[in-house]
Design a protein. Structure first.
Length: 367
C-alpha cells in the first residue's frame, strides 16, 4: 500500500486496535505517524524506540523501597507509558523486531490488553481509551532482527508500505524541499532509494529520509541550488558533492552534482510572472518536469511577494496551459502559501476554469 492510501485507510481503524507498519529503512515511517498525530488525530506523539530498550525500560523496574515498606511487589513504570495512560496520545513503538525478546513481550501485553504492570492496589495500568498505538518494523538485510511472535502479529492491523516516488515528491513539496532537488529525483527516481541488500554491508546509499536530511543541510548551510546553477560556481558544486556524498553515497552524489553542473535555466519564475506572452514558445517546448519545478518556485515567489493584477493573470495563463493534474497542483501550491491577496487575484482569473475542469473530469469518469 502506498503512503497516500495508508493515510486514508488508517483513519478508519478504531483507537483500541494497534497498527503495524512494515517497510524498509528510510521510508519515513516516523514522519508518517507524526504527521497523522499532528494533522489528523490532533494528539501529541510519543516515539519509543524498542531497539534501545532493556526489559525494564519497557515493562518497568521493581520498586524495592515500596516492597520493603508494605511487602507488595510493585513496579516503577516508564514515564512514556504513564503519560499514555493519563492522557490521549499517539504511542509509536519503533523498531519492534529489533527489540529484545523481553521488550517484545511487554509490547505484546500492551497491544493485547492495552495494559502493563500493576499499581500498589493490584490494579493494572491501562492506556487512555483514546490513546492510539502504532508500531513499526524494518525490513532489510542490514538489520539483525528478532522474529515477531505470530500471536503478537495477529493483534495488529498490518500494513506493508510501498516506497513510491510520487509519495516522496508530494512529501518534499509539502515540506519545502529545494525545487531542483525535487526535479532531479523526479527525473532520476532510481536514485531515490537503493535496496541495501544489493550493496556491500556498510555502504552509504540514498533513502527517502537521507535525501530529506540532505535538503535540510543545504538550508542550514544557506545553499540555494538555483543560485548555484545561475552562477556556475565550481567551488559550491564541490561543496554540494561532499555534502551529498555523506548522505546518499557516491553514485547518487555524482549524478546529482552532475545534474546541477549541467542544469540550464531556460525559464525563470520571473519569466512566467512578468513576461509570460514573450516566453510562451519556450514554455511550449519545456518538459513537464521543468514546468513542475517552476510551479514549486512560483509558490516560493508567492510566499515572499505581493503580486500585481498583471502578474496574477500571467500565473493564471500558465495554469490554463498545463495539464489538469498540474493545474490542481498549481492551485494547491498557491493556496498553501496563505497569501490571501495573491490567492484572491489568482482565483479571479482561474477560479471558474478550475471548476469547469473538475466538473468535466467528473462527467468523463461517470461516462
Amino acid at each position: 500500500m502506498n503512503i497516500s492510501n495508508f493515510k486514508k485507510t488508517v483513519k478508519n481503524i478504531p483507537a483500541d486496535i494497534a497498527v503495524l507498519l512494515r517497510a524498509g529503512t528510510g521510508v519515513g515511517k516516523s514522519h508518517i505517524v507524526g504527521d497523522l498525530a499532528k494533522n489528523h488525530y490532533k494528539l501529541p506523539l510519543i516515539d519509543v524506540r524498542g531497539s534501545t530498550m532493556s526489559e525494564g525500560d519497557a515493562g518497568g523496574y521493581p520498586d524495592i523501597e515500596a516492597m520493603k515498606e508494605n511487602g507488595i511487589m510493585t513496579f516503577c513504570m516508564p514515564s512514556w507509558f504513564i503519560r499514555a495512560c493519563n492522557e490521549p496520545v499517539v504511542l509509536f513503538l519503533d523498531e519492534v523486531n529489533r527489540s529484545l525478546p523481553g521488550v517484545q513481550q511487554s509490547f505484546f501485553q500492551l497491544v493485547l490488553d492495552r495494559q502493563l504492570g500493576n499499581d500498589a492496589n493490584g490494579n493494572p495500568y491501562t492506556l487512555h481509551p483514546e490513546t492510539r498505538v502504532f508500531a513499526a518494523v524494518n525490513h532489510g538485510a542490514e538489520y539483525d532482527v528478532n522474529e515477531m511472535d505470530p500471536a503478537l502479529l495477529r493483534r495488529f492491523w498490518v500494513c506493508d508500505l510501498e516506497n513510491t516516488k510520487d509519495d516522496w515528491i508530494s512529501y518534499a513539496r509539502e515540506n519545502d524541499h529545494d525545487p531542483l532537488l525535487i526535479e532531479f529525483l523526479n527525473k532520476n527516481s532510481a536514485h531515490l532509494r537503493v535496496d541495501t541488500s544489493t550493496v556491500e554491508s556498510g555502504t552509504v546509499v540514498p533513502t527517502n529520509a537521507s535525501w530529506s536530511r540532505f535538503d535540510q543541510t543545504l538550508k542550514c548551510a544557506g545553499i540555494d541550488l538555483k543560485k548555484i546553477v545561475s552562477r556556475k560556481s565550481n567551488r559550491r558544486t564541490s561543496m554540494i558533492y561532499n555534502l551529498a556524498l555523506g548522505f546518499v553515497g557516491k553514485e547518487a552524489a555524482i549524478e546529482f552534482t552532475d545534474f546541477i553542473k549541467k542544469y540550464e535555466i531556460s525559464l525563470s519564475v520571473e519569466d512566467i510572472i512578468d513576461r509570460y506572452d514573450e516566453v510562451l514558445d519556450t514554455i511550449k517546448s519545456t518538459s513537464n518536469d521543468r514546468i513542475n519545478a517552476l510551479i514549486d518556485q512560483i509558490g516560493e515567489h508567492c510566499k515572499s511577494n505581493e503580486w500585481t493584477v498583471s502578474q496574477a493573470e500571467n500565473v493564471s495563463k500558465l495554469a490554463r496551459f498545463v495539464s489538469e493534474e498540474m493545474l490542481i497542483h498549481m492551485w494547491s501550491v498557491v493556496s498553501s502559501t496563505k497569501k490571501l491577496k495573491n490567492i484572491q487575484k489568482f482565483h479571479k482569473f482561474i477560479g471558474q476554469h478550475i471548476v469547469d475542469v473538475v466538473k468535466k473530469s467528473k462527467e468523463d469518469r461517470d461516462n
